[in-house]
Design a protein around this ligand. Sequence first.
Ligand code: ADP
Length: 377
Amino acid sequence: MTAPTLDEVRAALARVDDPEIRKPVTELGMVDDVRVDPAGGVDVRLLLTVAGCPMKDTLTRDVTREVGALPGVTGVRVDLGVMSDEQRRGLREQLRGGQTEREVPFAKPGSLTRVYAVASGKGGVGKSSVTVNLAAAMAADGLRVGVVDADVYGFSVPRMLGVEHRPTQVDDMILPPVSHEVKVISIGMFVPNNQPVVWRGPMLHRALQQFLSDVFWGDLDVLLLDLPPGTGDIAISTAQLIPNAEILVVTTPQRAAAEVAERAGSISMQTHQQVVGVIENMSWLEQPDGSRMELFGAGGGQAVADSLTRSVGAAVPLLGQVPIDVTLREGGDSGTPVVLSHPDSPAAVALRGVARQLGRRARGLAGRSLGLTPTGR
Ligand code: ADP
């Protein structure tokens, strides 16, 4: 069998994506040299974006697999180098695609990314669980999805998605880790030893701005933001940085929770954002005999949807009801969202239903606050 040509080896390399940037290594200037000896031995020299890149083993494995599968190849040797400052600058410019520093790509008028800011009135209602499951379900449906964990006081998204390593930094550009095909960035990745974050409004605003402008997200279909509970600084910063972000409210069936959730949703009145809908979580616990035990009462989700419909003056639907499900909690603890680990469990079915509605939605005016001040209710 004859050894492959250089072109054949390059074509095989074009099938290897950088695990973080998600583009072929051949397009990123990462292939420095390729040699093929007459006996079929192939030497590939790759340039990593930064020394100690956490993805080097994955890259070596993928290159060895793709090149090794070519007919006539008897061995693959991968040698790793590091890009020079100049090469890195070129890559950064290529990835930014003309975007200037500090610009939030999702806020540009032509942006095709749908941005959902997931809000709740209080903590512990399952906002983060809902966020990661929607993200994983949409990604499994083939959408390009990113998650910003902006819940600065209770960041839990990395654990729930099983993200173990920190983002790679290419000068001032941050490459988000990818888990279950979802790009993830969290303030928890930047604080040592899981320390609590005690930042004031302006610092939070800057952190969020950095997450949106300095992180290389690539072309996303959907970006989900996990907001802290309540109506605080981050919700207002989100509205300023991405005015077209739509609000998704998570609540439980409990009336007391519903009242605070409604307040979180009605912030859209001030920021003129659209409320895309309400998700009720922990709706019931299914008993072995098939009956439903309503641990937290009933009707909270619908009550929030109805009340927001009245206050924003446009239909705000109840998008779904997610039952209490042990597999959902286990999925969060183990880093594999329930929509992937147990896609047919009752909670996963409900979450996948909502993900499908949100992932495929066309842009519209439904639920957008009209910016009118009600004179009396
Ligand atoms: P929040 O982001 O609102 O603070 P989390 O998503 O962190 O809430 O959820 C709080 C806890 O409740 C977590 O331990 C999570 O696993 C659990 N949980 C959330 N929703 C459900 C559910 N439907 N069934 C079972 N456990 C749930």
